[in-house]
Design a protein around this ligand. Structure first.
Ligand code: PLP
Ligand code: COI
Length: 340
């Protein structure tokens, strides 16, 4: 039976659900994972995660489709990305088949918390792993824990489809040759001061510039950028220090194959942004959140799509992608994984 929640008015917050998955790495191997009701973690006071932030995570969603199935969206790509993140932080990769098992089991066990079709909400899944054994010298931990929990969520930005305002950040999020391209908790710790400061100044998000020359658009704290040119082309920033967003890659495919649009994935200079017609943030949590304006250290760039509604092409991309996720638009082979 579906849980009694105000599905249409959920924000992006943590709501404890009954079950999660846990596996441990010890003596060089991963244990069998188990589904448990225990939402607490007990580790050494000197655990690698607590001392040196040795932790990586992922984010993906489960949806209820129009015909009543429960599906997850491209979880194989999250499994792959988590392996890359783990390697960069000298952690033992969590095998992709076990990752998919964890996804399937947690969604099935919490089936009552998969939001109803049409509510606009989804079940957000948070896989993560961390160094659990004690380290005091700067080195990787010997033991690790992988966990996956879930929480029902609504839109990441209040107001859902209403355009947000973004400011160009004076702070950097990732260093050249650093960890910006992987999903390490430390990248998000780095962004906390910048996001609090942005909110205090009335902006919804930060646009980070490339850390080396500070002239190219990178991404925000939790999503990639997507621009639309005045002649209807899609442009997405390319950089070695941004997260390779699964949503962005999916949207580019949708743009080309479903909407017959031209897609350019290339470095985007900050000084060319004012020429674009539409702008959006794309990610699992953000889906596509329209950006109405960007404040570049006092200079305001207002996109022609304005602050009232999503731009036309952004809207088409949004409708097609969410249609695929909810089963009303045919999905490319392998994009939806059904939970039985
Ligand atoms: N960029 C950052 C920094 C993120 O945290 C996320 C969220 O996962 C994204 C981009 C979007 O990636 P995805 O579409 O794979 O969720
Ligand atoms: C996601 O979209 O899954 C993210 O991880 C972004 C943010 C919530 C950290």
């Amino acid at each position: 039976m579906t849980a009694e929640l105000d599905w249409k008015n959920l924000g992006f917050g943590y709501i404890k659900t009954p079950y999660r998955y846990v596996a441990n790495f010890k003596n060089g191997e991963w244990s069998e994972g188990v589904v448990t009701g225990d939402d607490t973690v007990t580790v050494s006071e000197c655990a690698g995660v607590l001392q040196y932030a040795q932790t990586v995570f992922e984010g993906l969603k489960a949806y209820r489709t129009a015909d009543g199935r429960t599906v997850t969206f491209r979880p194989d790509l999250n499994a792959e990305r988590m392996i890359e993140s783990a390697k960069r932080l000298e952690m033992p990769p969590f095998p992709a088949d076990k990752f998919l098992e964890a996804v399937d089991k947690v969604v099935a066990a919490n089936a009552d918390y998969v939001p109803p079709y049409g509510s606009g909400a989804a079940l957000y899944l948070r896989p993560y792993m961390f160094g659990s054994s004690a380290v005091i010298g700067v080195k990787p931990a010997a033991e690790y824990q992988f966990r996956l929990f879930c929480t029902p969520v609504g839109p990441y930005f209040k107001g859902g489809a209403k355009p947000i305002s973004v400011r160009v950040s004076e702070f950097d999020r990732a260093a050249p040759h650093g960890t910006g391209h992987v999903k390490a908790g430390l990248n998000y710790a780095m962004s906390l001061h910048a996001i609090v400061d942005a909110h205090n100044r009335g902006f919804d998000e930060n646009l980070y510039l490339d850390p080396k020359t500070r002239t190219y658009v990178e991404e925000t704290g939790g999503a990639n950028f997507l621009f639309v040119t005045k002649d209807g082309k899609i442009v997405t920033p390319k950089s070695d220090s941004i997260l390779p967003s699964i949503t962005r890659r999916s949207l580019c495919y949708v743009a080309e194959k479903y909407l017959n649009l031209t897609v350019e994935h290339r470095p985007v200079r900050l000084d060319e942004v004012e020429n674009f017609a539409e702008c959006g943030l794309c990610g699992t949590a953000a889906v596509i959140s329209p950006v109405g304006k960007i404040n570049d250290r006092g200079r305001e760039i207002l996109f022609p799509s304005g602050m009232e509604r999503m731009g036309k092409i952004t809207q088409k991309l949004y409708d097609t992608l969410t249609g695929i996720q909810m089963g009303t638009v045919p999905a490319p082979e392998g994009w939806l994984r059904e939970i039985k």
